[in-house]
Every structure is written in C-alpha cells, then in structure tokens.
Design a protein around this ligand. Structure first.
Ligand code: CP
Length: 304
C-alpha cells in the first residue's frame, strides 16, 4: 500500500490488516503502553477545510506514536496564493515522511500524491472519506465481532461518506444498501463498481426499504449548505423522510447499530432522541479515528 487516497485501491486483506493493527494500537493505548513507532518521523497535516476529529485525532495519534505532526492551513501556505500543487508536493515530500491532506477535489489529491514522493493520506475530499470509513468498520467489528455478511445501510446524501461506505462495506464482505434521493446519488464510478457485487449491493430512494433488517444504519450531514441559503432550503425539501428516527429504525434488526461520522445536525439527518440513544457507539466511532489512523500511518510507513 503506497498511499491511502480511496478505499477502492485497497484489497479486502489490506482493509482487515489495518483493522487488526488498529485493534492492537487501541489495546496497547488502553494498557498505557503506546509503541513509539513514529519516532523520528514527521507528518504534514494539511487542511483546506474545517475539522475537529480528523485534525485532532491525527495530532494526538502521532504524538502517542512518538512522531511530529505539523498542522497547516492550506490557505496560509504559498499554495493559497497560487504556488502550483505539484511544487508544494515536491517540497513537502522532501521534509516530511507522510502528508495528510483534507481538500475538495480528489483529482488534486491524486496529483499531489503523484509528485510528493512520500505516502499521502486522504483526510476527506468531496469524493471520499476513507479514514472515517475504516473507523466505522473498526467500530462495527468491535461491537459485532464480524463484518462479512452483516447488512450495512447508509441513508443520506450520496457524497463522500456514501461513496466510501459502499466501497469499504463491500470490500469487507458486507451487504450494503445505499438510500439517497434520486438527485443525490453516489458517484457513478462507485455505483458501477458496486453493481459488480450483484445482490451484495442495493440502491434505493426508499428509507424504509433500505433499512429493513439492517445490522448497522449510518448517516451523515446532508444539509451541507449555509443556513438560510436557497440551497439549504432546497436540501431541506429534498431530504424530507431521510431522517434517522426511532420509527424508521423499527424496520432494522433489533439492537441495530447507528453510526454518524459527526458533526451531527440533530433534527435534520438524525433525530435528537435517536442520536442520544446511540451516543455510545457514535462516540466510539469518533474515538476509533485515533486508533485506525495510527494503523494507517504504521502500515504506510513500515520499513521506510
Ligand atoms: N468526521 C470527520 O471527518 O470529522 P471532522 O470534520 O471534525 O474532521
């Protein structure tokens, strides 16, 4: 594994290996014996968008591993004043052992990785969120023991979380259902890949049908526009019925897990009551970002 840019570049074995390493890092952390596997390594943490979990879990995780994590706001680099991406990549690649980047276009991330000469990790693009979905898979396996054969249902906007949950769930052997309004379908190439899995994948715009018999129901913010804008008002209309509620979850398996990558808009994609009922697993999911990203760093930097 050279980079972590999107989950479709990983094999099922590579995903399970990352989860195994993450479980071990979590166990060691709880035992108070964090291994200093990043001693002498420096990781650039470039963020072009807001972040709470991704930024801080990486900063803390790298510290626990004995490395240096340098946060930088992309707009404050010369890149924010027009320095070409490939030049930024070639410079940072000479200072750092690895670069994490949260940005907009997946194509920019892939161009950066081509020129950096060191492993690059996707900290979220408009296309996908692989670190988050690895933490989701870790949380499901931790709570249910296995992934293969379990039914994972995503309800919401067919954006980065939908794209990564579909790919990650299918690679992990899960049955995956994606529920989005027709106008908010996942990326075409993700759907094409998913359809190769035959009956292991199902797309629908009916939340009741989608969550039926699910072991895990996941959602993410779908009202991403600024409050009060025309786009926000449009999204509120388009996503009527796409809120996870206790009533909707009655169609899932009893004791189904509810996951949310956070931040949550209570009363939009999830009801306040359901969020609080499942807060334990949702905040385990947030915690697992820490452990799983340590595993990703270890796997990428092993032997370098
Ligand atoms: N889920 C997630 O990526 O959270 P942040 O935006 O806070 O990093």
């Amino acid at each position: 594994m050279e980079h972590l840019l999107k989950l479709s570049s990983l094999t099922p074995d590579e995903i399970i290996h990352i989860l195994d390493v993450a479980d071990e890092y979590k166990r060691l952390h709880k035992a108070g014996t964090d291994p200093k596997d990043l001693q002498g390594k420096a990781i650039a943490l470039m963020f072009g968008k807001h972040s709470t979990r991704t930024r801080t879990s990486l900063e803390v995780g790298i510290y626990q591993m004995g490395g240096l994590g340098n946060y930088m706001n992309t707009s404050e680099l010369q890149a924010g004043r027009g320095e070409p991406l490939k030049d930024t990549a070639r410079v940072l690649g000479r200072y750092y052992d690895c670069v994490v980047w949260r940005t907009y276009r997946q194509s920019d991330l892939e161009e950066f990785a081509e020129f950096a000469g060191v492993p690059v990790i996707n900290g979220l693009t408009d296309f996908c969120h692989p670190c988050q979905v690895l933490a989701d898979l870790m949380t499901i396996r931790e709570r249910r023991g296995t992934l293969a054969g379990r039914k994972l249902c995503f309800v919401g906007d067919g954006g980065s979380m939908a794209n990564s949950l579909i790919v990650g769930g299918l690679l992990a052997g899960m049955q995956v259902t994606c529920v989005c309004p027709e106008a908010y379908r996942p990326a075409a190439d993700v759907l094409m890949l998913a359809h190769k899995y035959g009956s292991q994948f199902h797309f629908t715009s009916d939340p009741v049908e989608g969550v039926r018999d699910a072991d895990v129901v996941a959602t993410a913010v779908w009202n991403t526009a600024a409050p009060g804008t025309a786009e926000s008002e449009q999204r509120l209309r388009d996503f009527v019925g796409f809120q996870l509620t206790g009533r909707l979850l009655e169609n899932a398996k009893p004791n189904a897990l509810v996951l949310h990558c956070l931040p949550a808009h209570r009363g939009e994609e999830i009801s306040t009551a359901l969020f609080e009922q499942h807060a334990d697993e949702i905040f385990d999911e947030a915690e697992n970002r820490l452990h799983v990203q340590k595993a990703v760093l270890a796997v990428l930097l092993a032997g370098k």
